[in-house]
Unconditional design. Sequence first.
Length: 258
Amino acid sequence: MRLLTWNINGYRAIQKKGLEDILGMLDLSVACFQEIKALPEQIEMDPYLFDQVFINSAKRKGYSGTMIASIIKPKQVTYGLGVEELDQEGRVITAIFDGFALVTVYTPNAQDGLKRIEFRQQWDEAFGQHLRRLGCPVLVCGDFNVARTELDIYNEAAGKNSPGYSIQERQGFEAHLIPYFKDVFRELHPQTRQYTWWSYYSRARERNDGWRIDYWLASPELMPYIREITILDDIYGSDHCPILLDFDEVAFRKANQQ
């Protein structure tokens, strides 16, 4: 089972840049997208690529939003966290498959001057609770808008106290997610410096002046069945790059049927 996560920074914009050609080459079972910036009627996914498409759009047009496209029909799909004040921006989709849940998230940015940090902290706690309530193993993916450590940011000194690298955001990630889920890339590549987001300013991507803020997280019992994770930083079209996860879903199901 090949799964992808990608903050595409606008579905309509990236579609014009060859999104479906990219997805077709990757031979995916499921693709999760963040920051789609579109309403359901503005999204046209080739049904030969994915015949199951689930969209959670923000109330505000042209903003935020998430999507899951799949060739496998989930048993159940839910949208949001069930908290009205947190569910206006289309930031979460949860799909229940056979034996595990898949959750995609676009975590709120704390914004310049950390002016939205209280909302972000409320979100972090509520999102962690949502994942724990699912009652089954979970794969979680998306743009978490935080670089965990100095390995995950090109210039730590410049990033200090900035949104995405503030103490509050990093502590929130460690407190609400890491005790329960494994950071798959860091588990499999403990010392590798590789980034998933680059600012559009100052030719940051050309200089690889990036941050790792997009993740796959997994319940510990799923880790033995994850074969590889690959940051596809040679794929363009957004200020983020996609991340590919190879998950042996068949072996997982067999092991859990015994």
